[in-house]
Design a protein around this ligand. Structure first.
Ligand SMILES: [Zn+2]
Length: 153
């Protein structure tokens, strides 16, 4: 890894930390208000930790982490009362979408090409394609039509 790439990764992680804090802030007050104070504190810690883990994983593995919002919601929903679930799901979806959009921008800007390049397509079975993309492209030979449709859009 070059020093420049390392600096970019540090900066990215700092940004991801901001996103995880934002998600946490948007939902922390929805944590079961009738639980004991100590339980509430534990729940808050657990929720914050899950937000951070999700963002860390997203920063490390942005192309292979499918449905990160759903994964995070599944991990934290038990800390919220049933009446707050829809609101939590929405906040998580919005917060994660903002982080994903940010990461995608970084990838397009070429800031994140430190890893092994892989085709960005998803196979029919819903798994990420593991093939090597064409030079200077995001897709492998069998998925290159996806790139063209993206450019056309
Ligand atoms: Zn492919």
């Amino acid at each position: 890894m070059t020093a420049q790439m390392e600096a970019q990764l540090v900066q990215l992680q700092a940004c991801m930390y901001q996103y995880s804090r934002a998600i946490y802030r948007s939902i922390k007050d929805l944590i079961d208000p009738y639980a004991e104070a100590s339980v509430q504190l534990e729940s808050r810690r657990a929720v914050l930790e899950q937000c951070e883990q999700t963002m860390e994983r997203l920063a490390r593995d942005p192309l292979y982490f499918s449905k990160p919002d759903r994964a995070l919601f599944q991990d934290i929903r038990r800390y919220f009362p049933i009446t707050a679930q829809a609101e939590v799901a929405w906040a998580v979806k919005e917060g994660v979408a903002a982080a994903v959009a940010f990461i995608e921008e970084q990838i397009e800007a070429g800031a994140l090409d430190g890893g092994v390049a892989r085709c960005r397509a998803t196979t029919r079975k819903g798994k990420p394609c593991q093939r090597t993309p064409l030079p200077e492209r995001d897709y492998c030979p069998s998925h290159q039509h996806l790139e063209r449709s993206k450019v056309a859009a």
